[in-house]
Design a protein around this ligand. Structure first.
Ligand code: A3P
Length: 275
């Protein structure tokens, strides 16, 4: 019955699949899932639930931008779509590819103290091996080169934590103002202020409040309250118990990361209290 469409029908008719206007590009184990889910508390933010891996996967990238758009959720024109694929941050080809899609896109990077992040990364891989009943090296063996007794920079979990190296590649395409660095350690301990900084960066009115975040003592993490009936915590795979690491190895790694961290603070204008 043409002409008799309800207001709701007209409203739903304006739903579209939009390319992301902001992307959480990493860092793996920085808290990328928590950041995406928490930003989704905002009424103007719509998230791509899955990691799309469009820009880092050559096969996906070859499918073209319409394939990417079709992976996006439906949203209203005033809303912004966000996706997260943590591999983007460390993958060589990605900055240029994202630049070609949208040179003014906003880029979110969530980081944690680099040694903790490396151990978290290791823990995730270890769990994958254990699931397949495979054995795996100890963290110490992977992180330290047996011949030189120095930090093994060939080990991926170490390399990923050299944040400045990766960021510098991105800066060949995007000005530093287009990045916002999120403190992943603070997103764990006190998420609201971190989320408010992101709202500001995305030019969104401040809508996420303390009401939306409650500490769950059983989980040991903040969980999300969308409304009176709907709340959720992140999956159990988020917030794993890390293995104990030899303190001498931790100290060696921290010394190793120190100069890179200084450079990262200098470039981003954001200082962290990393040891
Ligand atoms: P750990 O498992 O090492 O504790 P990512 O989503 O990028 O893989 O990051 C996972 C990390 O997010 C977890 O690392 C966890 O510490 C952190 N995190 C931050 N906020 C969280 C929350 N509210 N609930 C669960 N994990 C959270």
């Amino acid at each position: 019955r043409k002409g008799n469409a309800t207001k709701e029908q007209i409203r739903l008719h304006s739903l579209v699949q939009q390319l992301p206007r902001a992307i959480i590009i990493g860092v793996r184990k920085g808290g990328t899932r928590a950041l995406l889910e928490m930003l989704n508390l905002h009424p103007a933010v719509v998230k791509a639930s899955q990691e799309i891996h469009f820009f880092d996967n050559d096969q996906n990238y070859a499918r073209g931008i319409d394939w990417y758009r079709e992976k996006m959720p439906f949203s209203f024109p005033h809303q912004i779509t966000i996706e997260k694929s943590p591999a983007y941050f460390i993958t060589e080809e990605v900055p240029e590819r994202i630049f070609k899609m949208n040179s003014s896109i906003k880029l979110l990077v969530i980081v944690r103290e680099p040694t903790t992040r490396a151990v978290s990364d290791y823990t995730q891989v270890l769990e994958g091996k254990e699931r397949k009943n495979k054995t795996y090296h100890k963290f110490e063996k992977l992180a330290i080169d047996a011949n030189t007794c120095e930090v093994n920079t060939k080990y991926k979990a170490v390399r990923t934590s050299i944040y400045t190296k990766h960021l510098e590649r991105w800066l060949k395409y995007f000005p530093v103002e287009q990045f916002h660095i999120v403190d992943g350690d603070r997103l764990i301990s006190d998420p609201l202020p971190e989320l408010q900084l992101v709202e500001h960066f995305l030019n969104l009115p401040s809508r996420i409040s303390q009401y939306n975040l409650y500490f769950n003592a059983t989980r040991g993490f903040y969980c999300l309250r969308f409304n009176i009936v709907f709340n959720k915590c992140l999956a159990g795979s988020k917030g794993r118990i890390h293995p104990d690491v030899d303190p001498a190895v931790v100290a060696k790694l921290r010394r190793f990361f120190h100069p890179f961290n200084q450079k990262f603070y200098q470039i981003t204008g954001r200082t962290f209290n990393w040891p």
